[in-house]
Design a binder for this molecule. Sequence first.
Ligand SMILES: [Zn+2]
Length: 290
Amino acid sequence: MEAILCYGLFFVVDPHRYGGGRMDQAPPIVHGLARLFVRSSASITIKMKNLDGSIKNAGQHEWRFFAEMAADSSRFAVLYNRVLLAARDMGVGPDALPDFLALEGVDNFDLLGQEELLGQRTFDAVVGVQAAKKRVRSLAGDVETMRIAEQSVRLGQHRFAASVLENYAHSCGFCGFAPRSLPKHKLLVASHIKPWADSDDRERLDPRNGVVACPTHDAAFDTGLITVNGGLRVHRAPRLEESSRTDPGVDRYFGQVLHPTLVVPTGGSPPGDSYLTWHREHVYRGRLAG
Ligand SMILES: [Zn+2]
């Protein structure tokens, strides 16, 4: 039960961010589970590091469990629901054990943001580096180590996409499209401003390197037809301007409908300047002064 819930925590918490003195900053669910298991909060993140193979002396059953979950993602939702059901049967209510993944009654769910990793040659290299860092490597077979490392990278990408979607209040930063009544239909994309493949480990997980867009505006941003300057003003590349003037089909999605500046909801963090600069210099199909 503890292993299942601690594996579930990986969807919302990076245990490597909360060592030693930073434990206080860990999300409330970490402290909540610690109370439930009558353990310290630090022991929860240590348990997670045992699971993902970061601690050399971890019991084999711990990282094997992580590898099994990684191999068959549909199993986790089933196990998680069983734990919640058993807890409710024992009188443990949502106050003591909330459905922190919003999966109660859901039998399968996909990690967010994985489309961005598809077909990336860099992906295998990044997984290889992560595998080399796993402390259990001497114990685990290579296939398992690679599986654990790959899942760690995928979970990091999931957490990145989830926090970027949250930051933009689930709406397109360019046109405001906000399909809140259809959350499972992938009508919004949270992607990197400085592309995943060009970013380093820190930049890949930094929510300020993310923007949320509808699929059309995401593709236009990704291929450099639009960009955003340091003042968050949205710019159209010359060829898009030209198309928009002469082609009503293009103008419909890139004319008036585009906000003059990127919309970051109240309370959200604007994108980091260094990422926007990178996008203007390496992706944008036009030139901007400054
Ligand atoms: Zn849009």
